[in-house]
Ligand binder design. Structure first.
Ligand code: F6P
Length: 477
């Protein structure tokens, strides 16, 4: 397993959220090696990995230099790839140096991973930080099966083509045997990009040929560890934070939002929608509280710093204009809350407000549903632009840009009869119980192991310096 963030166990730290927890659960089943960034920046990083063991998982991580961090992570990955993939061309920063840094880090990471690999290893690369990694491994002669999964959306070609080195990035996908996305829409967008740029041609449904090599492309919507989350929520009544929060609410209803502080999450629009709801439903004044739990994220990226200020101001301003001496309508908290407490907070909420402007999947939506009490479940209000909207058919789907419609959805959810809430919840739970994170892993890995041997051999003839994988010494112009 290769990912930028690696949850190396450290004493005294609580586990990271969402994705890494999900992947860790999956890797524990089979055991294996997890390779990536240590999370540290140091003056002279070594190219030797730092190795540690936890159960049957071996963690091997590398530090980054400040320059690598600035160019690869805070630069190209989060100022070019992230905004483009989230349809935010207004926020894209194109810097040649950052592009170089991105390809350089992929090259050095591939070189450090190389001595750890065995011929039979199946390699699963995760997310936008490492698109060119397989091409670099092929250049070093590796013929292993390599799969790639993108955890964020892939936009239509008119948007995607705003990426610098767009063609070379697309070509890099040709070094993988399987490329997975969360939704059929993302997979379709990606396939259209290949065809439009004349980089890949469709051989059959879900299979493209890129420079003579067959690449399977498909949708693999990620799930959660549903039963563990259900248990955590049922046990969370004893959690101290959950109990204090419950006491602090009195008999008010609770609306909850939980997101990293990111412009893709639609926080500005969400606070506006809540405010609009209160103004148009004055009977709910002082009867409902909206808790928005939003840990700061990527704070050294200027676009994030700007929005941190803007959202904090907006929350303060909303409370100032709507609140009462004995009522704070929006409790805006820049803190990470542990999984156990979150499960309990979801369970006592009448509404889960998950309204990103664009999101790969959004596991908060799934965790909110799994945490509900079966006999009195809350309602999920979900953006139609989250990957989860393709699966969670019992949610109230909203367009997050439409403030009045979102406000009306809040009012509808708070007034929804118990029978309808149960029906909606039942159908979503059925889905969550089937498509767990474990099933997702098995589905992806069995598709990867089904890649034909003939296709694997195609790597053998094309991995030389003069071969087709383009990223070697410098980033493409
Ligand atoms: O959603 C994409 C993603 O990379 C997740 O995998 C991860 O949980 C999140 O963004 C956090 O990003 P970062 O590692 O930049 O803090």
């Amino acid at each position: 397993m290769v990912s930028n963030r690696v949850p190396v166990p450290k004493e005294g730290t609580s586990k990271a959220g969402g994705l890494t927890v999900a992947l860790e659960g999956a890797l524990k089943q089979s055991g294996g090696l997890w390779f990536g960034w240590s999370g540290e920046t140091v003056e002279n990083p070594s190219d030797q990995t730092k190795v540690s063991q936890a159960g049957n998982i071996t963690f091997a991580v590398l530090d980054l230099s400040q320059q690598d961090y600035d160019e690869y992570y805070a630069g190209f990955a989060n100022r070019a790839l992230w905004p483009v993939c989230h349809y935010r061309l207004d926020l894209v920063q194109i810097e040649r140096q950052e592009l170089d840094g991105y390809f350089r880090v992929n090259r050095t990471f591939a070189a450090s991973l190389a001595p750890l690999l065995q011929p039979e290893d199946v390699i699963w690369v995760h997310d936008y930080h490492f698109i060119p990694l397989a091409a670099e491994l092929r250049r070093l002669g590796f013929k292993n099966r390599i799969g790639f999964f993108l955890h964020i959306p892939w936009p239509p070609s008119d948007v995607a083509s705003a990426l610098p080195a767009y063609q070379q990035l697309l070509q890099g996908f040709g070094a993988y045997d399987l490329v997975g996305f969360h939704t059929p829409q993302d997979a379709e967008n990606f396939q259209r990009c290949l065809v439009r740029e004349n980089i890949g041609s469709e051989i059959r449904t879900g299979e493209h040929e890129i420079d003579g090599h067959k690449v399977r492309i498909g949708a693999f919507p990620v799930g959660i560890d549903t039963e563990t989350f259900v248990r955590a929520a049922a046990n969370a009544e004893r959690n101290a934070l959950v109990r204090r929060t419950k006491a602090s609410l009195g008999d008010r209803d609770l609306i909850i939002g939980v997101d990293r502080l990111d412009y893709s999450k639609g926080l500005k629009q969400r606070i506006e929608a809540f405010s609009c709801f209160i103004k148009s439903n004055p009977d709910f004044r002082n009867r409902v509280t909206y808790i928005q739990i939003t840990p700061k994220s990527r704070s050294d990226v200027p676009e994030y710093q700007r929005m941190q200020r803007e959202i904090a101001e907006q929350a303060g301003w909303t409370n100032g204009s709507l609140g009462e001496v004995d009522w704070t309508p929006v409790r805006y908290v820049n803190r990470t809350v542990g999984h156990a407490a979150l499960a309990g907070l979801y369970r006592m909420s009448q509404i889960g407000l998950v309204t990103p402007l664009r999101d790969g999947m959004n596991l908060v939506a799934k965790e909110f549903v799994a945490a509900q009490q079966p006999d009195d479940p809350g309602v999920l209000i979900l953006s139609r632009f989250a990957g989860a909207a393709h699966e969670l058919d019992g949610a109230i789907l909203v367009n997050p840009y439409d403030t009045e419609a979102c406000a009306a959805a809040i009012a509808r959810a708070l007034r929804m009869p118990l029978e309808e809430r149960r029906e909606r919840w039942d159908s979503m739970m059925t889905r969550l119980r089937t498509n767990t994170v474990e099933a997702w892993c098995q589905h992806f890995l069995s598709s990867l192991s089904n890649v034909s041997n003939e296709s694997m051999e195609a790597h053998a003839s094309t991995n030389t310096e003069n071969g087709r994988y383009p990223f070697s010494e410098a980033a493409p112009a």
